[in-house]
Design a protein around this ligand. Structure first.
Ligand code: ACO
Length: 355
């Protein structure tokens, strides 16, 4: 890698991948587990079904499949990766990090690997880190993964939460590009005062696992949904507007918005506040539910493989999650649409984006 002065390079996505487990859990299935109905879930959230991991699958297994697909699209070998950022709330274990497990499974022996705990905003935070590392010359190739097995931390006796969440993984490979291409701006925020709106009360240093914490169901997600709803809409609008300001763009300049898939109504309310037409806002919550940090890279990979992103497309990512954390990015897409499912990265190569 040749040394680069700070901040002279941009960073852009040169490959994407996703994976969701095979098992589908429908609203009808949930009707048999808790006091709910397909009608209530669909009307209040937009969700029809979600994917659930097999007992033998760990988060790293989902992440590795998504990562291999992203690396193959980017035509990057695992040993070329300099950093692996895994955004997750559900690592395989607390030690070692999920990212180190992913590194070992991929054989990415030259990478520094670490987890990003920013809940549903984790992928956006990861893109910010990747852009900084590539922009300053610290890294040439960064793999950012969002992966969740929320089915492992959801209480299937709590109808307030169990209908919302699903499992899945999405990944993106980033490399350098010209400064006016790729990720143009990043806006990330946190407010720890809002921490108890979404929490897992036990299992950390505050309340280590014990017979009592298990009996209290303290290892499952507890959520204050109504309060979260309001701050999510405000936070998503605020962060996307800030990222747009930094890029010198208005909401209507965006060709596509890929929002975190938390709730159809949160996304609709945010879109209305931004004054953006519905056809520009990507939705797949009906098929996957809320997959937290995985939801944006899953949606992104579906868009890329459907050929909906061309060089020059202006795309915004925006998320809100537990912590509270929220954030957005605005990008000018550089990767050519897939030919026979294999995107050409000629545009990136021309910008000096390959090793
Ligand atoms: N089935 C049937 N009834 C239900 C269910 C269910 N699954 N869940 C709750 N209810 C009931 C409640 O008990 C309540 O009944 P009550 O009036 O007799 O007390 C009634 O439905 C209304 O409950 P509310 O909480 O007011 O329903 P609301 O319209 O706010 O929708 C929801 C709830 C879907 C959780 C919504 O608040 C939401 O999406 N909030 C955002 C939370 C979120 O997305 N969290 C994910 C992480 S953060 C993020 O990603 C943004």
């Amino acid at each position: 890698m040749s040394p680069q002065p700070d901040g002279i390079r941009g960073a852009t996505i040169v490959g994407t991948g996703m994976y969701v487990p095979e098992r589908v859990l429908t609203n009808a299935d949930l009707e048999r587990v808790v006091d709910t109905s397909d009608e209530w879930i669909l009307e209040r959230t937009g969700i029809r079904e979600r994917r659930i991991s097999a007992p033998e699958e760990a988060s790293s297994d989902l992440a590795v499949i998504a990562a291999r697909r992203a690396l193959a699209m980017a035509r990057v070998e695992a040993d070329e990766v300099d950093q692996i950022v895994v955004a997750t709330t559900t690592p395989d274990r607390y030690l070692p990090s999920c990212a180190c497990t992913v590194q070992a499974k991929l054989g990415a022996k030259n990478a520094a690997a670490y987890d990003m705990f920013a809940a549903c905003s984790g992928f956006i935070y990861g893109l910010g880190i990747a852009r900084g590392a590539i922009g300053t010359g610290l890294a040439q190739t960064v793999l950012v993964i969002g992966v969740e097995q929320l089915s492992r931390i959801v209480d299937y006796t709590d109808r307030n939460t169990c209908v919302l969440f699903g499992d899945g993984a999405g990944a993106a490979v980033l490399r350098p590009c010209a400064p006016d291409q790729g990720i143009l701006s990043v806006s990330i925020h946190s407010d720890g005062v809002l921490g108890d709106l979404l929490e897992i009360p036990a299992g950390g240093s505050l309340r280590p696992a014990s017979i009592e914490t298990v009996a209290e169901r303290g290892h499952f997600i507890k959520m204050k949904g109504k309060e979260l709803f309001k701050v999510a809409v405000r936070g998503m609008e605020e962060s996307l507007r800030k990222a747009l300001d930094r890029a010198g763009l208005a909401p209507t300049d965006l060709d596509l918005i890929v929002p975190h898939q938390a709730n159809q109504r949160i996304i609709d309310a945010t879109r209305e506040r931004l004054g953006v037409p519905a056809e520009r806002v990507i939705m797949n919550i009906d098929r996957y539910g809320n997959t937290s940090s995985a939801s944006i890279p899953i949606s992104l990979d579906e868009l890329v493989r459907a050929g909906r992103l061309e060089p020059g497309t202006r795309v915004g990512f925006v998320a809100f999650g537990g912590g509270a954390t929220w954030g957005a990015t605005v990008s000018r897409w550089t990767m050519a649409a897939p030919l026979d499912g294999k995107p050409a990265n000629a545009a990136v190569a021309a910008l000096g984006g390959t090793r």
